[in-house]
Design a protein around this ligand. Structure first.
Ligand SMILES: [Zn+2]
Length: 175
């Protein structure tokens, strides 16, 4: 099949297998493909998918060079569900699973700290969010939409990360 309609400058950054699996993941959900590429790039040490994901979805993540694990959780009423985490490194999957496996979902400061660490959020933003979630900032909303953390006021780290997030966001859109 011809790939002549692809944008060569963006496609060149992905090997064929990763591009193919990212395209497949995009058919499931474009956010899943975006998270997979951010994680593969190393911008996020680990990512979590909370919606159901079948074996083909897990295979797609693995073909993109990621390790996967299903982590059993529960919601507050006790109902069990399974989330999927993926990472390039087994250590982050271990850290996540050893803390959260079989644990009910919550928004405690401890949870936000562990999640922020494994998801690659700037520590300043995590600490600020714990003190005051979604505090007003001057950060442009069109840049905020490519991120998964709420940016702290006067953040030094986020502007360093944003160009790489935006590049992968555009790459995902172009697939
Ligand atoms: Zn910050």
């Amino acid at each position: 099949m011809s790939t002549s309609n692809c944008q060569p400058d963006m496609q060149m950054e992905l090997d064929a297998a990763t591009a193919q699996s990212a395209r497949y993941l995009k058919t499931i959900d474009s956010e899943l493909a975006y998270l997979a590429l951010l994680t593969r790039e190393g911008l996020k040490p680990l990512s979590r998918w909370e919606k159901p994901l079948d074996q083909a979805g897990l295979d797609g993540l693995e073909q993109a060079g990621l390790l996967t694990r299903r982590v059993p959780r529960s919601v507050r009423n006790g109902q069990a569900f399974t989330e999927t985490v993926f990472s390039r490194t087994p250590a982050y999957i271990e850290v996540y699973a050893s803390h959260f496996e079989n644990l009910p979902v919550d928004k405690s400061a401890e949870t936000v700290r562990v999640e922020g660490f494994v998801f690659g959020y700037p520590p300043c933003c995590v600490a600020h969010y714990i003190r005051r979630p979604y505090a007003p900032n001057e950060f442009p909303m069109e840049k905020q939409k490519v991120l998964f953390h709420w940016v702290c006021k006067g953040c030094i780290l986020t502007p360093l990360l944003t160009p790489a997030y935006e590049r992968i966001y555009r790459l995902t859109e172009s697939l």
